[in-house]
Design a protein around this ligand. Sequence first.
Ligand SMILES: Cc1cc2nc3c(=O)[nH]c(=O)nc-3n(C[C@H](O)[C@H](O)[C@H](O)COP(=O)(O)O)c2cc1C
Length: 157
Amino acid sequence: MSKKLVAYFSASGVTGKVAKTLASAIHADLFQIEPATPYTDADLNWNDPQSRSSVEMRDKTSRPQVKNKVETMEDYDTIFVGFPIWWYVAPTIINTFLEQYDLTGKKVIPFATSGSSGMGNTNAELRGSCSGALLCEGQRFASSIGADTLKAWADSF
Ligand SMILES: Cc1cc2nc3c(=O)[nH]c(=O)nc-3n(C[C@H](O)[C@H](O)[C@H](O)COP(=O)(O)O)c2cc1C
């Protein structure tokens, strides 16, 4: 039996809700990627070029620190990684998260929520952070996505 993990970062709860539905639909373990410094509303203001998220997302080498760690990553062979789309890609804290582990031979499957954007260039930005893993083409979901649709999608990998 393959063991699955759903790991997610969610700044305002939307991706968190989808991640929880997914994990419960496929009987996967759930892990919340917590920033060492939580994002405030001001940090998330994309209209402000000086806000924390704007500054981080302009610098593709930024690696916001993660507070917590999956202690038994070696147990998992399939990792669903969820996040909000920020500036058409994954927040750079997802790079930080992936780079903490040896993901060789594991399947990494991104999923996201967004205002309307699709996955865009997400995988191009994530590939270097999960070398040795099979990085699958992910999917953006509406916040209202149901458990059955999520399960059918997850089972297709
Ligand atoms: C800094 C920032 C950048 C964003 N950039 C995009 C974007 O490029 N395209 C889009 O459709 N939505 C964008 N959004 C909206 C989020 O992707 C959307 O609200 C998401 O569902 C939030 O998920 P969360 O509650 O899990 O953080 C952005 C939000 C923030 C805070």
